[in-house]
Design a protein around this ligand. Structure first.
Ligand code: GLY
Length: 379
């Protein structure tokens, strides 16, 4: 049954496009706006590793969200592939190998292994010849490695393209480049302003990554999202063993793609909206990957990619309706885990909008949770 509900989504990155696809395939009339091309913002900072047991602390709310979302990925990909026929999106359960290069790092990973065992999470400890056999690319100086087989990789650029394609086939109108800076809710309608034009919608989702803080909702405070730059390298192996897993060290991580390239991520830099790649950033990653995988020294450097991760003070997303403007829903600030959390975010937002169902996760992701405390300053 077709719904006449009209929803605007501000931001066509992985979060905005996932929500657009989820709503449109259920009959909602969606218009998606972005100030640039789809996927040109935070999605650029992601190497596409789905690794909640590395990214989140044991017992944290972020881990709970990440584990829930990881479990949704097979179904999410099946849906995207079905709705965007012909789209090639590499998605594989390659596992991660978290490598210790010092005694301190080994002790840290051993503690993590004990915790994973207590939680019943499949993992394996490798060292010596077993590590060399499994991952010949890893430095012979490695003091051990923790393998988590359920971690996965996904090609983010292809994923965003497929999501936008699927959304368009379901009727989503994609308006780019257009920056929405003002949103107002009046009773049951939300108005978005594009220059002098005003457009009315039933609901608005703000999913503009770091740029979310530029969108003003009358009467609401500035949204506390801060850009954190990530630089990534595209390498192409020529000599020596190439990594077959996503291999992590304390200073970088790597992602092997089936076309033979290897992505190396990522710097973490608090430099505002500066999207340049830098000599220092590239040098940091080249040094780190050469220590982790010595054969990287022979690889060719094909490209440098830069993106701005949208960070919040507690590294949880700002997800849910505004108390003062319930028809304005935030879905931003996913920081290092926007790709991982995309299926869960789209599911939570679409159930909220279509069924009025409040997922329990919304208690920890309330967009206004920082209002009484410290906040990132407005631009
Ligand atoms: N998710 C890894 C990163 O943001 O670098």
């Amino acid at each position: 049954m077709l719904s006449e509900r009209r929803v605007a989504i501000i931001g066509a990155g992985v979060i905005g496009a996932s929500i657009a696809d989820a709503l449109a395939c259920r009959g909602v009339r969606v218009t998606m706006f972005d100030m640039r091309a789809p996927g040109a913002g935070a999605s650029q900072a992601s190497a596409g590793v789905l690794a909640p047991f590395i990214e989140a602390k044991p017992g944290s709310p972020l881990l709970a969200l990440g584990v829930r979302s990881l479990a949704m990925w097979d179904g999410f990909m099946a849906g995207v592939r079905q709705r965007a026929p012909g789209s090639e999106v590499e998605y594989a359960r390659t596992g991660t190998l978290d490598v210790a290069l010092s005694a301190g790092e080994r002790a840290h990973l051993k503690t993590a292994a004990v915790w994973l065992a207590s939680e019943g999470v499949a993992h394996e400890w490798l060292e010596g010849q077993a590590l060399t056999t499994r991952a010949p690319a890893v430095s012979s100086a490695a003091a051990g490695a923790l393998c988590i087989p359920d971690h996965r990789i996904v090609n983010v650029t292809a994923l965003v393209r497929a999501l936008v394609h699927a959304a368009r086939l379901s009727g989503v109108v994609c308006v780019t480049p257009t920056e929405i800076l003002q949103v107002d809710q009046a009773k049951d309608t939300v108005e978005v302003r594009i220059g002098d034009e005003r457009h009315l919608f039933d609901d608005v989702v703000i999913a503009a990554g770091s740029w979310t803080r530029r969108v003003r909702v009358s009467g609401a405070p500035v949204f506390p999202v801060r850009p954190i730059r990530g630089q990534l390298l595209h390498l192409r192996w020529s000599d020596g063993p190439r990594p077959a897993h996503s291999i992590w060290g304390s200073r970088c991580y790597t992602v092997p793609w089936s076309d033979g390239s290897v992505l190396v991520g990522a710097t973490v830099e608090d430099v505002g909206f500066d999207e340049r790649s830098t000599v220092a950033g590239v040098r940091e990653l080249l040094d780190a990957v050469s220590d982790l995988l010595p054969s990287a020294a022979h690889a060719s450097l094909e490209a440098v990619r830069v993106g701005l991760r949208p960070a919040t003070l507690d590294h949880l997303p700002l997800l849910g309706p505004l108390t003062s403007h319930p028809r304005v829903v935030l879905a931003a600030g996913h920081y290092r885990n926007g790709i991982l959390l995309a299926p869960l975010t789209a599911d939570i937002v679409s159930r909220l909008m279509l069924e009025g169902e409040r997922d329990p996760a919304l208690e920890v992701t309330k967009p206004e949770r920082f209002e009484a405390g410290p906040r990132y300053s407005a631009i």
